[in-house]
Write a protein that binds this ligand. Sequence first.
Ligand code: SF4
Length: 382
Amino acid sequence: MNEEIAVYIHIPFCQSKCYYCDFTSYVNCDLKIEEYIDALILEILQNSEILSTRKIKSIYFGGGTPSYIDPKYIERILDVLRMFLSEDAEITIEANPNSLTFKKVEIYKRSGINRISIGLQSTYDEILKSIGRKHTYSDFLKALEDCKNGGIKNISLDLIYPLPYLTLDKFSATLDKVINLSKNYDIKHISIYNLEIHENTKLEFLLKEGFYNLVSEDEEYEMKCMLEDKLQNAFFYKYEISNFAKKGYESKHNLTYWNQQEYLGFGVAAASFFCGTRYKNTNNIDEYINGINNGNNILIEKEELNKLDLEKEYIILNLRLIDGINISKFRQKFNTDLFDIFKEELTYLFKTKLIEYKNNKQNIALTKRGMEVANLVWEKFI
Ligand code: SF4
């Protein structure tokens, strides 16, 4: 039987640039969409020999804003990948509320997409505006209705905190609204990301110049506790540092990353992990299109990981999961005992109560405190 693999497709086009964004995304670049998709399909075909040795268990259209482009392009990409797909593959597309329509949902569904991940970010229009998002809360409600009418049974939402103008009360109301909506719509998964302020973004400028303020660290911590309580009480279980899902609806695609399994990324800036090697495509769309069409190198990173690198990376990725590292799976995967190699690091982390045993000592996971200072834990393995 063929081994499984995940596939990531990068669609780098957006209607406008959000103030906090540092993803590879292009605005006012619609004339390049057609040639970009042609190049992306060519890149998939160039990898068809590898794909024919695997079964695709998940496809993720990320971006950028995949729902921004004509859905015929998404259909074309899926038509090429279809022959390599597992029957029960999870196929997700990221969508912004204002670019999703019922017609698009219908086409997605027809071409095999069974999961839509909606970038909500906030339920308050003034907050959305303050971070440069183009949608409103009512656009989001309409997008949910379109997903429902289009038969999408697995919806994921993205939220961000803290944000300008977001108070504890507003955050509490946001969570309540989302939880209430999940009773009428198929919201099965919620990702809540901690705001990252990237260099040279408009948000960094606005905060630095004092145009915006964020809540204090204490209030941010209260938000974190609040979201965990409210979501757990609504049966959204935390299974990863930033991700909550109804039982059985954990993201198969993202679990591939956290379990250090193989994936191929296609498109500009897309990353891959295959046969112990990590690759990354160029971040420049013209270089990408020309490189693919002329058979030139499009990789800007290629790193072959040795056994110790893979072991360390596996620990860091697995510790993101609430269940942490399964000790016997580690032994099976690497043919070594976890404690033989990382005795010193693990002893220190147990002693400082940043990690703990779970599931009858079958797993090692971050403690609540460990989650709060996860970077200090990762440092031990870097
Ligand atoms: S929609 Fe997403 S990728 Fe596009 S600018 Fe906003 S955050 Fe960036």
